[in-house]
Design a protein around this ligand. Structure first.
Ligand code: GDP
Ligand code: K
Ligand code: MG
Length: 298
C-alpha cells in the first residue's frame, strides 16, 4: 500500500554497537536489500550508510555506523569516528545492538557514548545462537538496569525474527509528520558507491586477517547504457606484496572477487553488469586525507 501522508511519521534511527554484533545485517534485513556490507571481521563497515524503509504509516531512515575506533588513529579511523559521532548528534532514536548473552566493557563503552536525551531501544541480536534459551530473560533483566531503555527486544537479524516488533517499537519515537525521502528510495548512497562496497565486501570475505584493512576500492568509471552497467574498478592496496595476494594463483582470487561482486550488483541494480577489476599499489593511502575524500570518506 502507498504511504498515507495523513498518518505517516518519519525520523532518523541510528544503529550502534560494538563491532560484529550484526548492525549491518540488521539494516539489510530491515530494508530487504544488501546496502551495507557484512563479514565476520570487525570494522567491515567504514562509512555511515543510510537505509530508508517506507511503510504505509512510517518512514524509517536508518543510519548504520562503523564500530568506534580507539586503537589505531590514522586518517581513515578518524574519519570513521567522525561518522559515528555525527550520526548520533542528528538522530531521533537509537537502536543499541548487543549480542545475546554477552555484555562487557566494549558494549558499556558504546552505551556511555549514547545521547542521554534520546530514546534508546536495546536490541539483543543473535538469539538464534543462544543455546540455553532460559538465560535470555535474566540477561535482559541485567542489561535493563543499565539505563532507562525505551524498549528491550530480542531479535535475530540473520533469520529476520522479531523485526516487525522492533519496527513497531521504533515507530513510536519517530518525530516528524510526513515523508523525508521519496517512498521508492532505499538509500542515500549512489550505485557507484554501492558497487565499490560490494567489491570491498569480497576482500573482507575472501582474503586473510590483515589485508582487507590495508585495502580499499576506487571506481574509475561507471557507465549506464540502458539496463547494462559498465563498471571499472581498482582495488587499492598499500604494498606490492598485497597486490600478488589479491590477484592469487593464476588470477583465481581476483576472478572470484570480481564474479561474486558482479552477481551482487546485478541483483541490486536489477540489470546486467560488465565489471572489470584490477589491483594497484598506493603506499600510505589510509593516511592520505585527499585520497580518502576522493573515496567518499567524509
Ligand atoms: P556489524 O559489524 O555489527 O555490522 O556486524 P555484521 O552485520 O557485519 O555481522 C557480523 C557477523 O555476525 C556476520 O558474520 C553475520 O553473518 C553475523 N550475524 C549477524 N546477525 C546475526 C544473527 O542474528 N544470528 C547469527 N547467528 N549471526 C548473525
Ligand atoms: K562485521
Ligand atoms: Mg557493519
Amino acid at each position: 500500500t502507498p504511504p498515507d501522508n495523513e498518518k505517516i511519521r518519519s525520523g532518523y534511527v541510528a544503529i550502534v554497537g560494538r563491532p560484529n554484533v550484526g548492525k549491518s545485517t540488521l539494516l539489510n534485513h530491515l530494508i530487504g536489500e544488501k546496502i551495507s556490507i557484512v563479514s565476520r571481521k570487525a570494522q567491515t563497515t567504514r562509512h555511515r550508510i543510510t537505509g530508508i524503509l517506507t511503510q504505509d504509516d512510517a518512514q524509517f531512515v536508518f543510519v548504520d555506523t562503523p564500530g568506534f575506533q580507539t586503537q589505531h588513529t590514522n586518517a581513515l579511523n578518524r574519519a570513521m569516528n567522525r561518522g559515528v559521532t555525527q550520526a548520533l548528534a542528528d538522530v531521533d532514536v537509537v537502536l543499541f545492538v548487543i549480542e545475546a548473552g554477552r555484555f562487557d566493557a566494549k558494549d558499556q563503552k558504546v552505551l556511555d557514548l549514547l545521547p542521554k536525551d534520546r530514546p534508546v531501544i536495546l536490541v539483543v541480536n543473535k538469539v538464534d545462537k543462544l543455546e540455553d534459551k532460559g538465560r535470555l530473560l535474566p540477561f535482559l533483566a541485567q542489561i535493563a538496569e543499565k539505563r532507562n531503555f525505551a524498549a528491550l527486544l530480542p531479535v535475530s537479524a540473520a533469520k529476520g525474527r522479531q523485526l516487525d516488533e522492533l519496527l513497531t517499537e521504533t515507530r513510536k519515537h519517530l518525530p516528524n509528520p510526513g515523508l523525508m525521502f521519496s517512498e521508492d528510495e532505499i538509500t542515500d548512497r549512489s550505485e557507484r558507491f554501492l558497487a565499490a562496497e560490494y567489491i570491498r565486501e569480497k576482500l573482507f570475505r575472501l582474503l586473510g586477517d590483515e589485508l582487507p584493512y590495508a585495502a580499499t576500492v576506487e571506481i574509475e568509471k561507471f557507465e549506464v547504457e540502458g539496463r547494462l552497467r559498465r563498471i571499472y574498478a581498482a582495488i587499492v592496496v598499500d604494498r606490492p606484496g598485497h597486490k600478488a595476494i589479491v590477484i592469487g594463483k593464476g588470477g583465481a582470487t581476483l576472478k572470484r572477487i570480481s564474479t561474486e561482486a558482479r552477481q551482487d550488483m546485478e541483483r541490486l541494480f536489477d540489470g546486467k553488469v560488465y565489471l572489470e577489476v584490477w589491483v594497484k599499489v598506493k603506499s600510505g593511502w589510509a593516511d592520505d586525507d585527499r585520497l580518502l575524500r576522493s573515496l567518499g570518506y567524509e
